[in-house]
Write a protein that binds this ligand. Sequence first.
Ligand code: PLP
Length: 444
Amino acid sequence: MTDLAESPAVRRLDDWDAAALTELVDEYGSPLYALDLERVRENYRRLESAFPDAEIFYAVKANALGDVLEALHGAGAGLECASAGEVKRALAASGSGADVHYTAVNPPARDLDWVVDAWEDDPELTITVGAEETIDRLEERGYDGRLCLRVNPGIGAGHHEKVQTGAAAKFGVPAERAVEVLADADERGFDVVGVHAHVGSGVSSDQLDDHREFVSRMGDLARAVDDALEGDGLEFVDVGGGFGVPYREDEQPLDLEAVAEATRDALGDVDARLAIEPGRYFVADAGVLLTEVNTVKEARDTLAVGVDAGMTTLLRPAMYDAYHPIRNLTAALEADSADDAGRETVAQTIAGPICESGDVFCTDRQLPASERKDVIAIGNAGAYGYEMANQYNSRPRPASVVIDGETRRLARRRETFDDVTRVETDRSRPADADREAHNEDETR
Ligand SMILES: *Cc1c(COP(=O)(O)O)cnc(C)c1O
């Protein structure tokens, strides 16, 4: 186990061993996600030491690979899930509903069916609802278990408007309705255990005032709910995730101690435990995407470099205009061998193979001139990387390798063309032949 004191607050792309990453591409092909589990555990321990009294959940949607869920659950994290599918994976990895929270956002009926079924076997599971109707829908299904209410505090933080959820109408019940809703749920026999809010992703050190304001509202709310409940009161106040990581090379890491202190102060004396549920923070800098250059051409104002990963492999740049650090590993290794003068640094635009103009990882970035077959690493790809990967353009999703100390394991094989068409039905069968089985098996 790495000593926490020796674990840097952020792992930069330059800190990765270029030779070791290049070898992974030789062994497993490209494009390839690589994830360092020991780094994931270090990130957990750093957060745990800043928030010693908090319950820490991992927001599974950042990276739901079984290896990650087991590593974080093994380190002590609970698992926060955004769908029935995630609950299924979390239960498989943790073995216990006691460590699993399901945060239902406009939950499809089959998600509720599945989760209530799971709860019957595992009654310690917690469900967080973001609409009063969801409480009714749970009641209809016989659920009277652990219930938490997601509130919309009317305040948002985050690095891009698409991830500022605090003020968005789809998330949570307006905070001013929370006491009434929870008192009613309590009366109806639900086991009311918590209040919850998640105001967005990308909370940074310079947004501490917003964070303080938000947490202080949650503290007020928790005290008001506690007063209104007749039973044992609240177990936890969950202030969500959104702990930012530096994507740009010159960005400083989040001052965790400052965030922790602001959180404790702002919450005030509430007779309930603080819960947090970051996703990105644990996994972002533990993962890189490796991709190979296939085309280099002089475009009008830039060197256009084509690689075999695209927006189907890593969607964040296309979806959020997200910046990711990029490093040419082959050029870096050449520069290390003393007999080479090194490549010229030129502005280049690195793009994928998808027929979309948004399929670009960087525009006019200054990097060593790329050549065909170079291996390129895209940093901070451990969070919302593979999870958002898709098969657009009939492109199979990439493989994932997990690094754990000296071990390298193919954690997820590369998809094949057959995987892309696997769910299509046989066109020679009668039109409705598969319908019944389909409706029964959807969520299995
Ligand atoms: C996405 C999400 C998180 C995690 O956000 P990060 O930015 O990855 O920390 C936590 N809680 C909820 C409810 C979420 O939807």
